[in-house]
Write a protein that binds this ligand. Structure first.
Ligand code: FES
Length: 108
């Protein structure tokens, strides 16, 4: 099962197994990780699942894939960083084994 490393703003990191075809947001929620809220359940409307994809993984994960994701990120509180994605829109694949994402200090 592919692993994802979630790094909190404090620097604390958590390595989690995330099922293929699950998404990075659910990987965090199912394991009670702090830093990802996922209030809309993956409907791209809350942006409380924001994460910044580590630079080493940015090309592989890619940029936001839909207008809704871009709009949600742009409308969220806080700084919009390069490589920022909605974690609910990053579907796990075997190719993403080892993915590293950074969580914001706050989702609000
Ligand atoms: S869970 Fe709401 S936008 Fe991702």
């Amino acid at each position: 099962m592919p692993k994802v490393t979630y790094i909190e703003a404090s620097g604390a990191s958590h390595v989690i197994d995330v099922d293929v075809d699950e998404n990075v947001m659910h990987g965090a929620l199912y394991n009670n990780l702090p830093g990802i809220l996922g209030e809309c359940g993956g409907a791209r409307s809350c942006a409380t699942c924001r994460c910044t994809v580590d630079a080493a993984w940015a090309a592989k994960v890619g940029t936001p894939t839909t207008h809704e994701e871009r709009e949600s990120l742009e409308g969220a509180e806080g700084e919009l960083k390069p490589n920022m994605r909605l974690s609910c829109q990053i579907d796990m694949t075997d190719d993403l084994d080892g993915l590293v994402v950074h969580l914001p200090e706050s989702q609000f």
